[in-house]
Write a protein that binds this ligand. Structure first.
Ligand code: FMI
Length: 352
């Protein structure tokens, strides 16, 4: 067996026969085979933490978040949830000065996933732990209660949906209904207990430069190209003084998903100014803004190359964004091979 195979914890298809082969990264020389029952998986809510506590095994055995098969639900059921969220989005369009709920749902999907730490596989969208106060009250999540409250009746209507699936699907619906790319999405996240909620402070700050951004997103296993593509979601919505101490929208079309963010970064006349909350932000004569982390994308040569690419090629932006957003929403989750990948129809394409 090659070293690479030993170093990477992996699961063979035999998982379906309930055998799990774990290779602990740090112990590298040991291969441990364990048999787990469905019963055990249910008890632990899909969260596997093999901690044999033997001297020859590390006490930090790998955590595996195995997506659960929802046997009696098909694509039709999930499209029904999609439609319920999309219709609500269309109906409640007056929110936030007629921007609507799309941007805040996108941000909720990202923040509920962005707590993932690839180094120990804690946090992330899997456990839906944003539902607990410890996470929703994280100062980085200010304003996201609007998204969670929007989704609460959807969860009542479809109680079989886990919170992780709900929050991530909300983001997928928002991007697609706001005319963005189709985001392939997989189900099966499992609600974890409250004590699995990650500590506050895992989400990034907007006040720093390119080095900080690059280093931060490594923890989420995202590279330069993926980070620039993802940041293009700042074409949506706006910053709110009361949430983050930043003020204003990134562009003109705050509820349409386009590559406007990159065009504005390159074409506007940006001035660094102090806002009412005494934070520095870049402002343009048209009343648009950029966070320090946004502007950092045109201060760094490697990031700049992708900004130019996406400003001139909207199709490429859509293609790369869809891949990166899917990856962001799936950080840390192991999907059995049998998990379907859904590509939902928008209300428009269904003629609804
Ligand atoms: Fe962004 N964001 N974002 N964002 N975001 C928003 C709003 C906002 C940061 C900071 C930041 C991503 C990454 C990052 C997204 C989508 C995404 C705001 C204003 C700030 C300060 C929030 C407010 O209400 O004041 C960074 C720099 C630090 C956390 C950052 O790395 C990513 C990856 C995405 C999704 C792909 C959206 C849609 C919004 C608008 C929200 C709204 O309510 O309008």
């Amino acid at each position: 067996m090659s070293t690479a195979r030993i170093l990477n914890p992996f699961f063979t298809r035999t998982f379906s026969k309930r055998s799990v082969y774990l290779f602990s990264a740090a112990t590298a020389t040991f291969a441990v085979a364990a048999t787990a029952t469905n019963e055990k998986q249910q008890r632990q809510g899909g969260h596997w933490n093999f901690n044999w506590n033997k001297k020859w095994l590390l006490s930090t055995a790998p955590i595996v978040h195995m997506a659960q098969e929802i046997k009696d639900k098909s694509e039709k059921d999930y499209q029904e949830v999609y439609n319920a969220i999309a219709v609500k989005l269309r109906e409640e369009d007056e929110f936030d000065g007629y921007i609507g709920y799309g941007p805040v749902l996108t941000r909720l999907a990202w923040h509920s996933s962005g707590t993932w730490d690839k180094n120990n596989n804690t946090g992330g969208s899997f456990g839906g732990t944003y539902q607990f106060q410890k996470e929703s009250n994280d100062p980085s999540n200010k304003g996201l209660h609007n998204g969670a409250e929007f989704l609460a009746p959807i969860h009542k209507q479809f109680p079989w949906l886990s919170h992780g699936d709900l929050y991530t699907l909300g983001g997928v619906v928002a991007i697609q209904e706001l005319q963005g790319p189709v985001i392939p999405w997989r189900p099966g996240r499992v609600d974890l207990p409250e004590d699995m909620t990650p500590d506050n402070g895992r989400l990034p700050d907007a006040v720093y430069g390119a080095d900080y951004v690059r280093n931060f997103f490594k923890r989420l296993d995202l590279n330069d190209q993926e980070v620039v593509a993802l940041m293009g979601a700042h074409c949506l919505g706006r910053t709110h003084l009361q949430n983050t101490g930043f003020d204003g929208p990134w562009g003109a079309a705050s509820n349409t998903f386009t590559n406007e963010f990159f065009l504005n970064l390159l074409n506007e006349n940006w001035k660094l100014e102090k806002n009412e909350a005494k934070n520095m932000q870049w402002n343009s004569p048209k009343g648009y803004m950029m966070l320090p982390t946004d502007h950092a994308l045109i201060e760094d040569d490697k990031y700049m190359a992708y900004v130019k690419l996406y400003a001139t090629n909207n199709d490429k932006f859509f293609e790369d964004f869809a891949k990166a957003f899917k990856k962001l929403l799936e950080g840390g989750i192991t999907f059995p091979q049998s998990t379907p990948t859904y590509r939902f129809e928008t209300l428009d394409s269904q003629g609804l």
